[in-house]
Design a protein around this ligand. Structure first.
Ligand SMILES: [Zn+2]
Length: 159
């Protein structure tokens, strides 16, 4: 068997984010630097249909990576409408690299694509940091109604 190329991952950390958990840069990651590989067992089309779920990464028509395992740290990267990373499929491997200089402590995000967005993100609304979200018309600004708490005004009780 041919030896697979080894990519040195950037130092990252799983932390709480607006969209549940997210993946954050520990140190600054310069533009174009490799961040992490999306890893997992390979499923064929039938297995994909049987399994479903949102951690399936399709590489080709009959080859999908099942990234469900928590060992696959890349699965914690959230979708971003203003991404600082991108996915590159090289020889059947899913490599995630920086497309911008990422500051230490910054959350890493890439654009998941419209299909995923429509299936998994749209129903709940995108929680990324972008001011303008992709794939969606900008939501109309609803007049924010101040929640009126029915707290009774402390009236001085007249005696
Ligand atoms: Zn968004």
């Amino acid at each position: 068997m041919k030896k697979e190329k080894v990519y040195k991952p950037s130092k990252v950390q799983v932390k709480r984010s607006r969209a549940g958990l997210g993946l954050y840069a520990v140190n600054a990651i310069p533009k174009k630097q490799f961040i992490i590989e999306y890893k997992g067992p390979i499923l064929n089309e039938a297995q994909v249909q049987a399994k479903g779920g949102k951690y399936l990464f399709e590489i080709s028509r009959n080859k999908t990576i099942d990234g469900t395992s928590r060992k696959n740290v890349a699965r914690y990267i959230n979708h971003s409408c203003k991404p600082n990373a991108e996915v590159d499929i090289k020889k059947g491997r899913v490599l995630i690299s920086a497309i911008k200089n990422i500051a230490a402590g910054e959350e890493i995000g890439y654009d998941y694509g419209k299909e995923y967005y429509d299936d998994f993100i749209k129903p709940y609304g995108c929680k990324c940091h972008a001011e303008k979200h992709l794939y969606l018309p900008r939501p109309k600004k609803k007049a924010v109604k101040k929640k009126v708490t029915k707290k009774r005004a402390k009236t001085k009780t007249a005696r």
